[in-house]
Design a protein around this ligand. Structure first.
Ligand code: AMP
Length: 171
């Protein structure tokens, strides 16, 4: 895990002052690092009957696509408002200042499908909680959530009560 951590670039004050940004592009371009990251994100969920991976824009697409391929299942995207072309459902959630929204196609998840939600970073948990709410509104069963990075100080897990939350790297 220390090897994986060493491949992630830390960018202070991005996208704004006071934020330490975990830049995974340096890990993504590393072949061994990429494979080890996906291996680690998938391991707790292999043989668990996952039907579909749902990934959150935008780094969740890169990781989620690879995780889906490894689990031999399909992939559905959750995107920022106005990006998905067909009929969508929307979830709006609270930020520190203001609100944000996410959308999913209304046919992206079939009722009772077992869903694994994937993203790169679990920070405050607002994004992941909105993603879980969207999956449930479509009748899907959130089997688990897999993250590369969890920022423990922000306690995002508290926004995901009762969910199986897994993260590879903790900071
Ligand atoms: P949150 O809703 O606060 O859990 O934020 C999670 C989303 O914001 C994820 O999609 C991450 O990609 C992104 N994010 C939040 N904090 C960071 C950070 N420090 N470095 C990189 N990405 C972050």
């Amino acid at each position: 895990m220390e090897t994986l951590k060493s491949k992630i670039r830390h960018v202070p004050d991005f996208p704004k002052a006071g934020i330490l940004f975990y830049d995974i592009t340096t890990l993504l371009r590393d072949p061994e690092g990429f494979r080890a990251m996906i291996d680690s994100m998938v391991t707790p969920f292999t043989g668990q009957g996952i039907d579909l991976v749902v990934g959150i824009e935008s780094r969740g697409f890169i990781l989620g696509g690879a995780v889906a391929d490894r689990l031999k299942v399909g992939f559905s995207p959750i995107r920022k408002p106005g990006k998905l072309p067909s009929k969508t459902v929307r979830e709006t959630y609270q930020l520190e200042y203001g609100t944000d929204s996410l959308e999913i196609h209304d046919d992206a998840v079939a009722p009772a499908q077992r869903i694994l939600i994937v993203d790169d970073v679990l920070a405050t948990g607002g994004t992941a909680a909105a993603a879980a709410a969207l999956v449930k509104r479509l009748g899907g069963h959130v089997h688990g959530l897999s993250f590369l990075i969890e920022l423990l100080g922000l306690n995002g897990r508290a926004r995901l009560p009762g969910e199986h939350v897994f993260s590879v790297l903790k900071y």
